[in-house]
Design a binder for this molecule. Structure first.
Ligand SMILES: C[S@@+](CC[C@H](N)C(=O)[O-])C[C@H]1O[C@@H](n2cnc3c(N)ncnc32)[C@H](O)[C@@H]1O
Length: 326
């Protein structure tokens, strides 16, 4: 027999309705951010000297005058979401979030940060979100395709996506680079102790070497290897700064005093993570001889509320594109 339900109070019902509306409509915040990027609003505010009124923006973006009241509504939502700052007189300025969206601003690498919001709000991601319940009901044999593959019969960062839509495939790679590279500057500034005393380091799954080059710039005495798949290493011009090694971390990891796994483990199943860590262990000397594995990743369970919501959302993103990760 179903349990008897407690009827919420009127105050609780009003809050429940408001919460329902907010949760149902929160995608409009993402869409407004996407719209601001596509219109070039952060760059326009920057070019206008860092502050702009609504009429300034309308003129700078050459938008048709009847659209002014509608733009004001988009800007108001963005200001509420900390994507823009706004004074009581309606003067908009950049926040740290919109600063990283200005054209030409590159944080820790060559990839534009706008690639991440544009990729995750692309129709491919939206449609895979709409297919989630259908994916749950589907009883397919193992290995289970991700919700993204279930809807599109293609997977991000796989040849199938290149064939499906080469332009979006390129955007996905840029979004990955934007996501992966951001933060290494802060790590070398704020966590110097991690690298102090190291003579050599292998950046395992180091991609195009952006992270390793930032480490060598801050700690020039460290000899750095970058291990990645042959198809990635083939495209990286040798730079004389780091040593690029084409290979497979499941087979061997180039030896060094330390191996770094930055934003790697979250993509793999627990069984694969154990195999990767076993290869890393083989590549380093004992702890007594100064060997260590440095793991930098997004970990669920931070104490900061906005960050922990971001962790859960990133976890959902991972699950949507790769259901091997539990
Ligand atoms: C999320 S990125 C890593 C980001 C990078 N560590 C950083 O912080 O910029 C994942 C990388 O792992 C590489 N990769 C995937 N499978 C691999 C394997 N078996 N062996 C080596 N590299 C691999 C991919 O080519 C890709 O460059």
């Amino acid at each position: 027999m179903a349990a008897e339900m407690t009827v919420p109070s009127d105050a609780q019902l009003i809050k429940a309705q408001a919460d329902l509306q907010r949760h149902s409509l929160t995608y409009l915040t993402s869409m407004s951010l996407r719209c601001a990027i596509e219109l070039g609003i952060p760059t326009a505010i920057h070019r206008l000297g860092g502050t702009a009124s609504l009429p300034d923006l309308m003129a700078a973006l050459s938008l048709p005058p009847p659209k002014e009241p509608f733009l004001s509504r988009v800007l108001r939502l963005l200001a509420k979401s900390d994507a823009l700052a706004c004074t009581e007189d309606g003067v908009y300025s950049l926040t740290p979030l919109s600063y990283i969206l200005v054209d030409g601003v590159l944080i820790d690498g060559e990839a534009r940060q706008i690639a991440f919001p544009l990729a995750v709000t692309s129709r491919y991601h939206m449609e895979s979100g709409l297919g989630l319940a259908d994916w749950f009901k589907n009883d397919r044999a193992l290995p289970v395709p991700s919700p993204f593959e279930h809807v599109h019969a293609a997977a991000p960062f796989d040849e199938s996506m290149t064939l499906l839509d080469p332009e979006t495939d390129k955007l996905f790679y840029e979004a990955l680079a934007a996501h992966d590279h951001m933060g290494i500057g802060t790590v070398v500034r704020e966590c110097r102790g991690l690298f102090n005393g190291l003579q050599s380091l292998t950046d395992c799954c180091g991609g195009d070497g952006t992270t390793a080059r930032a480490i060598v710039k801050a700690f020039p005495h460290i000899k750095c290897n970058v291990l990645d798949l042959p198809k990635v290493i083939e495209k990286v011009p040798s730079d004389g700064v780091v040593n690029y090694v084409a290979g497979d971390m499941f087979h061997t990891v180039p030896p060094a005093q330390a191996v770094m796994l930055k934003l790697v483990l979250h993509f793999w199943s627990d069984e694969d993570c154990i195999k990767i860590l076993a290869q890393c262990k083989k590549a380093i000397p004992s702890r007594e001889m100064g060997g260590k594995v440095i793991i930098i990743d997004i970990v669920l369970g931070s104490s900061l509320e906005t960050i922990s919501e971001t962790e859960l959302l990133m976890d959902m993103l991972m699950f949507r594109i790769n259901s091997a990760v539990k």
